[in-house]
Design a protein around this ligand. Structure first.
Ligand code: GAR
Length: 201
């Protein structure tokens, strides 16, 4: 299966996905990594692994739709079958969601539906929760609202900072995201309404 990864930043989740592909734990090919940030480290990681890395500058387009059309064109040209958002800090537009419905995944650093949107880790810390975690879900038109594929919790300690909690969550993300992608590739996920079921039988 042909995958595309969209990332805006450091790309540690991208790295986990690349490593899982290399180990055969994900039976897919990363055809392209796309970023909205020119010097995103994620792009360097892709190039280092011989994966096409594309920077698409929103400033080159008249608006959000035109920018998303440009992304869709890159995805369609590479015959991408699953879009993986890995720290991509923009909303994917309805144009892309309609073209790739049920074929876009996101990872979010909280136990959704708590703390969606930006700064999920800071939101959880500020709220004072004792447990947080991460969520892999399918993308729909809402903000982090699509059917949940996998979720795992981590404890929150009194002396946690955004950085320490982020490190704990990242460790889980790097395990969970490749697993969710492989379940999708193997056709082991089914969607009923807003529920996602795993058929591992
Ligand atoms: C990850 O923790 C991911 O859950 C989060 O960004 C981080 C990217 O890290 N995504 C969001 O907050 C989406 N709203 P990475 O660049 O090292 O993979």
């Amino acid at each position: 299966m042909n995958l595309a990864v969209l990332a805006s930043g450091y790309g540690s989740n991208l790295q986990a996905i690349i490593d899982a592909v290399d180990k055969g734990e994900i039976e897919g090919h990363i055809k392209v990594v796309i970023s909205d940030v020119k010097d995103a480290y994620a792009l360097q990681r892709a190039r280092r692994h011989g994966i096409e890395a594309v920077f698409i500058d929103i400033k080159d387009y008249s608006g959000r739709e035109a920018y998303n059309e440009a992304i869709a064109a890159v995805l369609e040209k590479r015959k991408v079958e699953l879009i993986v958002l890995a720290g991509y800090m923009r909303l994917v537009s309805p144009l892309i969601i309609n073209k790739f419905r049920g074929r876009i995944m996101n990872i979010h650093p909280s136990l959704l539906p708590s703390f969606p949107g930006l700064e999920g880790i800071k939101q959880a810390l500020d709220y004072g929760v004792k447990v947080s975690g991460c969520t892999v879900h399918l993308v729909d038109e809402g903000l982090d609202t699509g059917p949940i594929i996998l979720q795992e919790s981590v404890p929150v300690y009194d002396d946690d900072t955004v950085e320490s909690l982020q490190n704990r969550i990242h460790k889980v993300e790097h395990r969970l995201y490749p697993r969710a992608i492989q379940l999708f590739i193997q056709g082991k996920l089914s969607i009923e309404g807003r529920k996602c079921f795993r058929n591992e039988g």
